[in-house]
Write a protein that binds this ligand. Structure first.
Ligand code: SF4
Length: 443
């Protein structure tokens, strides 16, 4: 990418009492260069800022250019926040996976919901998954030189023809060579396998997990961990997509197959290595593995162990924070996906032991996506409206913020929290994390 395509980075926030605030930076300013170099993204920015003397070129909100010199400790943060982590635009996906969630959305929503990113920078910075099918030599060189590790790779299958069929891209067949490339450079990845029944399950899944395990060797294992995730389908998927939904029987079969491999991995690699997402157990109607199963939760972002961890953290926080009673009395509705209904019952009972506090757990599935079992993060404003309208929801609705897009007060169907609150005539409080949930019940 040439330097011309790098736009000056729009500053959206200046942290109070930071170096940038002291120097007089303001939201709306644009950062052009640092010591003569134009940062492509946050990775360059952080790298260039790791210096004690910085010469910044900045354009202010009136369009005037300034040169600003800053002296600081090399590891001191400037306190700037940007509109986007990528100043030269998003690297787009060049695959056509039939299970792509972006293609399984209804048409006519805001543009940003349809962007298909497959960008190694977002993978390095935020742990989003990429396929490695669209990298130019320049990007491979950058990954090596800047040691951008670990990256998070959607593997799905290691057999070239199976992976190419799944991603609908002939370049997808190069994965094993790419893993060798990572190995040679002692760079790491975390892998993800989305299981599509009839395509990459059964012997293909076993082959994939064994191949990946062969890269878990030595002091810096190339493949650090694998998450095995069931394909998620919605009613908006194209008719000709050749996908089969995961049934409870299929989920039980995959659990059994992967658990046998996990036993082998524990014996030979000293780690479970390949982890089953919580959803498998929810679909199969089986107990989730205990906390001790998850080691240091390497695949939490893929929904591996997240329910177990939530339950454990809830118990600990509740023990420390829940008072015997609250006054005045209050009644709340806590809304979640029906996938966690059973698992969350003990938590609700614990909350309801506080005198004066009544919490009703309302567990919904998504009519919007056409699902019988829905994880909390996929519930939409319309689902909540349909599920809660006409019900006694008490004084307030507690809304897990995972239902909202990127801290935006909007659901996946574009309805805003405010619109929903108006329609339900009840205040809605988005809550992030267990502390916030408990605090909003008792304060
Ligand atoms: S790689 Fe990801 S974004 Fe691209 S088509 Fe496949 S699932 Fe969609």
């Amino acid at each position: 990418m040439s330097e011309v395509s790098i736009r000056p980075a729009l500053i959206t926030n200046v942290l109070p009492e930071s170096i940038a605030a002291e120097v007089g930076f303001e939201a709306g300013d644009r950062l052009v260069s640092i010591n003569g170099q134009r940062p492509r993204d946050l990775i360059d920015y952080q790298f260039l800022c790791a210096d004690e003397v910085l010469d910044l070129e900045v354009i202010d909100t009136a369009g005037k250019t300034h040169q600003v010199e800053i002296e600081k400790d090399y590891d001191e943060d400037l306190g700037l926040e940007f509109e986007s982590a990528l100043f030269d635009g998003l690297i787009q996906c060049n695959n056509r996976c039939p299970f792509c969630f972006i293609d399984q959305q209804p048409p006519g929503k805001r543009q940003s919901l349809y962007y298909k990113d497959d960008d190694y920078r977002l993978s390095f910075l935020y742990g989003s998954y990429l396929t490695l099918t669209n990298l130019t030599q320049r990007e491979w060189d950058r990954i090596e030189q800047m040691r951008l590790s670990p990256l998070y790779v959607s593997v799905h299958a290691t057999e070239p023809d199976v992976r190419s069929r799944l991603l609908k891209n002939p370049r997808a067949g190069q994965l094993l060579d790419q893993l060798r490339w990572f190995k040679k450079r002692r760079l790491q990845i975390h892998a993800q396998v989305v299981v599509c029944p009839g395509i990459n399950d059964g012997t293909h899944l076993e082959r994939t997990l064994l191949d990946l395990a062969s890269f878990h060797k030595g002091e810096v294992p190339t493949v650090a961990s694998v998450a095995v995730v069931p394909v998620g389908l919605t009613r908006f998927r194209p008719d000709e997509d050749e996908l089969i939904p995961v049934t409870p029987e299929k989920a039980a079969e995959v659990i059994q197959q992967v658990q046998l491999l996990q036993d082998k991995f524990r014996a030979s690699l000293d780690t479970t290595f390949a982890w089953l997402a919580d959803e498998w157990f929810l679909i199969a109607g089986q107990e989730l593995p205990p906390t001790s199963h998850y080691e240091d939760y390497p695949q939490l972002g893929n929904g591996v162990g997240s329910i177990r961890r939530f339950l454990q953290e809830f118990q600990e926080t509740a023990k420390a924070k829940l008072p015997p009673q609250v006054s005045p009395s209050r009644k709340f509705t806590w809304v979640v996906g029906n996938a966690v209904e059973k698992a969350f019952q003990p938590l609700v009972q614990q909350l309801n032991q506080v005198k004066g506090l009544t919490v009703n757990l309302v567990a919904l599935n998504s009519h919007y996506w056409g699902q019988n079992i829905t994880v909390t993060g996929l519930l939409t404003g319309q689902d909540l409206l349909q599920g809660l309208q006409g019900k006694d929801v008490g004084d307030r609705i507690l809304l897990p913020s995972v239902m909202l897009k990127h801290d935006d007060a909007r659901f996946l169907d574009d309805m805003t929290v405010e619109e929903l609150a108006t329609q339900l005539r009840t205040p809605i409080l988005p809550v992030t994390g267990i502390e916030a949930l408990i605090k909003s019940c008792i304060s």
